[in-house]
Write a protein that binds this ligand. Structure first.
Ligand code: FAD
Length: 317
């Protein structure tokens, strides 16, 4: 089922989660354990992150670029099949611009189409992965271009003109940033970008994690005023470690409210940090639900224990 359909049909409230494939050579049992632990709470869909190949573009004497590829955490598509057919949950693989040519993206979408996977989250990908300089037309530079490519395939338009090309039927989600994407000059520019992604065919957006609900509600208001009507699903993370007070802002460009940061930094040990993180997430979740949010999306990686504790308090089932 399309995520857009789940969002329109299910009265909720319900959860969805994001997991990460194990590192290259890692044990898939980690994924089974994480998903099985969540089954009692019926996550309606599970996002699976994708890690761009670290691509090195070596310029050749004739001015063209040679591409060398190394992927850290492969397996996103294989995990989709496991989640869909072993657990009966809708998988949402993340598709990236970075690290893929447009041809490779088309091939990936064909693979997913044959697997029966009908949801994807279209993203630019993390900046650390090198890419060819613009104006290289062989790759998608921004998520909006990737959304356009998927929409074209949904209309039966592949990169080459093909006779009898079968339309795919992907439901496309995209990313949104209540605190602004770090490369955007301002929030209005970023919201205009989200509007372009909607206009290109995105059916919903999932936000970057945030720890102050005001940033989400203000973002929602501004997005609606800018003509964005698609659902914008709040992404939440439960803080579990002291160093996250520094590492989350560094990696994800999000702020940690003063009250949360000072409580975590004053905590005696990891167990106390977890209690503080849980308490914060509980109040965030309750406030979102009280304000009409029906789908809470949790960033779990493969560590579901904090979410399971939170769920026992939220009692959504
Ligand atoms: P875009 O929407 O393309 O925007 C990127 C930036 O470019 C924004 O600042 C935008 O305003 C700006 N921009 C857009 N168009 C133009 C233009 N024409 N000219 C100049 N600037 C422009 N990363 C991964 O590598 N793997 C994952 O699995 C993954 N999952 C994620 C899941 C979620 C829910 C979120 C929120 C992020 C995820 N990321 C992931 C991180 C994401 O790839 C990065 O944040 C990336 O830097 C931006 O991706 P985007 O799709 O929002 O990009």
């Amino acid at each position: 089922m399309h995520v857009a359909e789940i969002l329109s049909r299910e009265p909720g409230p319900f959860i969805s989660v994001e997991i990460i494939p194990p590192r290259r050579g890692g044990n898939i049992q980690q994924v089974h354990s994480a998903v099985e632990s969540l089954l009692p709470h019926r996550p309606r869909y599970i996002n699976i992150t994708s890690h761009a190949a670290e691509v090195v573009w070596q310029e050749q004497a004739d001015g063209t670029f040679r591409r060398r590829v190394k992927r850290r955490s492969p397996g996103t598509f294989g995990l989709c099949a496991v989640i869909k057919y072993k657990y009966g949950i809708e998988p949402v693989p993340h598709l990236l611009c970075h690290g893929f040519t447009r041809e490779e993206t088309e091939d990936a979408l064909i693979e997913l189409h044959y697997l029966g996977v009908e949801n994807v989250l279209a993203l630019q990908g993390e900046e650390k992965y090198a890419r060819p300089p613009r104006p290289d037309r062989t790759v998608n530079h921004y998520a909006v271009e990737l959304v356009e490519q998927i929409t074209a395939m949904n209309q039966g338009r592949y990169l080459d003109e093909l006779t009898d090309a079968q339309p795919t039927r992907f439901c496309v989600g995209v990313a949104a940033y209540p605190e602004k994407h770090y490369q955007s000059p301002n929030l209005a520019f970023d919201i205009a970008n989200l509007k372009r992604k909607q206009d290109a065919g995105a059916s919903y957006a999932i936000t970057q994690m945030f720890f102050d609900n005001r940033s989400y509600f203000e973002f929602l208001d501004k997005a609606r005023s800018a003509g964005i009507y698609i659902p914008i699903i709040p992404g939440l993370k439960i803080l579990t470690k002291k160093e996250q007070v520094y590492s989350l802002p560094r990696s994800f460009h999000v702020s940690i409210p003063e009250g949360l940061a000072s409580a975590v930094l004053a905590a005696k040990g990891e167990a106390e940090v977890l209690e503080i993180g849980l308490e914060w997430a509980y109040h965030q979740a309750m406030d979102l639900l009280a304000n009409g949010v029906r789908n809470l999306h949790f960033y779990t990686m493969l560590y579901t224990k904090p979410l399971l504790r939170l769920m026992s308090r939220l009692k959504l089932d």
